[in-house]
Design a protein around this ligand. Structure first.
Ligand SMILES: N[C@@H](CCC(=O)N[C@@H](CSS)C(=O)NCC(=O)O)C(=O)O
Length: 303
């Protein structure tokens, strides 16, 4: 599933927050600055938006029903190229995503994963075969194949806008959260795409792929808690509701409002069945969803 989530990483990575400054290798991802007209954010209905957000950032929340995955499309429509990125695309819905990108006149430049998913096959590899120039992105700590390996503190530019990378370990090894940029020209309110770690009134399971309840708990309580102090970063995510905030989850999340020992006990006793696709999805997602560089995804070839 794709939601706004937190992922698992080392303590040193967590300590790297706030993000370090942009290194030259990341500056190569930026685009020249430009602005354009307002685009309404019809899917962001639970909190107010500023003029910055509505004039520059195009945002769409997309859904894949079989795995209940949310994919997010973001674009800088203030830039002449309208550069766009997809966060957590699913192989089954790649054609839908490409159609939308075309309809909106966007130029897709990145296909990004929050982590190595266990419940669906990523669409990043397939997007690369179908859309020239698209680069796949995943965290270095995930030990997965991709064009770009990011880590805490990195910035991913699309036009004048950017996402900050924050290490949020706990659900899987290498989980990261992507947070929209901070600054006078960046959209407000800021948004965090947490994948599966922090969910609205829930959190990702921690019983496989190097999951750790201890790390997940500290991702939220030692790190994400501070995000609200910055600007009130809302968490955009899936399942029943569209939007929450880090602060709201810290106050009301039935798992994460408990002490760490109680949280660990809750997580140890979830008794969830393994995701149906885990044996296919994890190996596939370690190689961008494609067994090789052909245009067929693992899901397509295994049917
Ligand atoms: N029904 C799904 C798997 C459901 C599941 O285990 N979800 C994961 C995220 S995908 S690995 C999870 O962390 N759930 C947390 C929870 O509290 O349910 C399937 O079979 O695909």
């Amino acid at each position: 599933m794709l939601r706004v989530s937190l992922h698992r990483l080392s303590l040193s990575a967590l300590c790297s927050y706030p993000p370090r400054s942009l290194s030259p290798r990341h500056q190569t991802f930026s685009f020249p600055q430009l602005r354009t007209r307002a685009i309404p954010l019809s899917t962001m209905r639970d909190f107010s938006t500023s003029s910055d957000l509505t004039t520059k950032l195009l945002f769409r929340q997309l859904f894949e029903k079989d795995s209940s995955t949310y994919t997010y499309l973001l674009a800088d429509v203030g830039h002449p190229d309208k550069p766009a990125l997809l966060i957590d695309p699913v192989d089954k819905t790649v054609d839908r995503d490409i159609s939308l990108v075309k309809d909106l006149g966007l130029r897709l430049i990145y296909a990004i994963n929050t982590h190595v998913h266990a419940d669906h096959i990523t669409g990043t590899g397939l997007l690369k075969t179908k859309v020239p120039g698209v680069k796949s992105v995943i965290s270095k700590a995930s030990n997965s194949k991709a064009d770009m390996h990011i880590e805490a503190g990195d910035k991913i530019y699309f036009g004048d806008l950017f996402l900050e990378v924050r290490a949020t370990p706990g659900h899987t090894q290498g989980c990261v959260t992507y947070v929209t940029g901070d600054g006078p020209d960046q959209p407000t309110p800021r948004m965090a795409f947490t994948g599966d770690t922090l969910l609205i009134r829930g959190c990702g399971r921690t019983d496989f792929q190097g999951g750790s309840s201890h790390q997940l708990y500290h991702s939220v309580h030692s790190q994400a808690r501070r995000w609200d102090d910055e600007n009130g970063v809302p968490i955009l995510f899936k399942t029943f509701k569209f939007v929450s905030t880090v602060g709201e989850e810290i106050q009301y999340n039935p798992r994460l409002t408990k002490g760490e020992e109680t949280f660990k006990s809750i997580m140890e006793n979830l008794n969830l069945p393994y995701p149906k696709m885990i044996d296919v999805a994890v190996p596939a997602n370690l190689v961008c969803g494609l067994q090789d560089d052909s245009a067929e995804s693992v899901a397509a070839t295994s049917k």
